[in-house]
Design a protein around this ligand. Structure first.
Ligand SMILES: NC(=O)c1ccc[n+]([C@@H]2O[C@H](COP(=O)([O-])OP(=O)(O)OC[C@H]3O[C@@H](n4cnc5c(N)ncnc54)[C@H](O)[C@@H]3O)[C@@H](O)[C@H]2O)c1
Length: 314
């Protein structure tokens, strides 16, 4: 099998929000990327988004000015799947979240890509085993779950399916480490992986507190941002637990666990908003009221903050 440094040509299937970010990061790390989608218009838009992302990296001092266009030149686009995946070492699937669509692509790619190529999916929902069944190479199929925006968040979850080989895991771990990512291995595939499970657990508790009227959404956001968010960007929950003392953690668990939300039903506060048609920024109202200006300001602050963190992270 290929070595991590032997991964030179990479195909990215789906050039949307995630696909373009994945492509721009790979290109900025000197990899040749073949980007595939269903229309020229979408591919052109993706390349433009890559250029915008690369310019922001340049403005933050993360890449040189010359690297903007050099990186863009490493990205080729195609509407032809055969052209996209032939001679590739790694195929990263990032198309819309639809199992039939993903399986059909995996089936086709399996027939065209070199037998040594590893096929991964960026799906947030489907397990690697659900995609590996569509191929004749289940040992070389895994999940690689990026976070949005892929080029600014260093984490990726590498998800091992029941048939994924240790060689494949080693190759992916080595490859992602070599391009500056911080891969976390999920040894046995699990629904929601790590990141989404933790995020949803936090959201369930937060919504339970709002539903029961003990605090409002902005107050909870304030606590998360000013306390947990700051600590968790420096240390994970287990590092914090060790430093707190596991006997103290036990006392906390004994007193707090019985009070936590355990509902499998959907939170009342969420369903009330859905029924009222309040879907968040897309309708102008969710847990907050949004205007065009406040949405733009929020997005700018998020983008600037992520770039700032990526700069400090080097
Ligand atoms: N958005 C996120 O925050 C996020 C985070 C992690 C993982 N993901 C996963 O990444 C994947 C893509 O999500 P996204 O947010 O980029 O979606 P998106 O809608 O922005 O992009 C999906 C792209 O797939 C393309 N596509 C659809 N059918 C295709 C086909 N047959 N062949 C080629 N391309 C096709 C679409 O044209 C579109 O450009 C999903 O599996 C999603 O679960 C998303």
């Amino acid at each position: 099998m290929t070595t991590p440094h032997g991964i030179k040509k990479i195909a990215v299937l789906g050039a949307g929000l995630m696909g373009h970010g994945i492509a721009l990061e790979l290109a900025a790390h000197h990899r040749s990327v073949h980007l595939y989608d269903v229309s020229e218009q979408l591919l052109d838009k993706a390349v433009n988004r890559c250029r915008v992302g690369l310019k922001a990296l340049n403005q933050a001092g993360l890449i040189s000015f010359d690297e903007i266009e050099t990186s863009i030149s490493r990205i080729s686009t195609s509407l032809d799947l055969s052209e996209t995946v032939e001679n590739t070492d790694l195929v990263i699937e990032a198309v819309s979240e639809n199992l039939d669509l993903k399986r059909s692509l995996f089936r086709k790619v399996d027939k065209i890509a070199p037998s040594s190529a590893v096929l991964v999916s960026n799906t947030s929902t489907f397990l690697p085993s659900a995609l590996a069944v569509a191929t004749q190479r289940p040992l070389q199929v895994a999940g690689v779950h990026y976070y949005n925006p892929p080029h600014l968040l260093p984490g990726v979850e590498i998800i091992k399916g029941p048939e994924t080989s240790d060689d494949t895991v080693e190759l992916l771990t080595g490859f992602y480490t070599s391009i500056g990512k911080r891969p976390a291995l999920i040894h046995k595939e699990i629904q929601g992986f790590i990141g989404n499970r933790l995020q949803v657990a936090l959201l369930r508790e937060a919504m339970a507190i709002v539903t029961s009227g003990h605090a409002t959404a902005p107050e909870i956001d304030r606590v998360v941002r000013s306390r947990m968010g700051k600590l968790l960007s420096v240390a994970g929950p287990f590092e914090l637990a060790d430093n707190q003392g596991l006997d103290s953690v036990l006392a906390l668990a004994e007193s707090e666990f019985p009070m936590l939300a355990k509902d499998r039903s959907l939170p009342g506060v969420l369903m009330d908003k859905i029924h009222a048609g309040d879907l968040g920024v897309k309708t102008g109202r969710g847990f907050y009221d949004w205007t065009v200006e406040s949405i733009e300001a929020w997005r700018k602050n998020m983008a600037d903050s992520l770039i700032h963190m990526a700069t400090n992270d080097r």
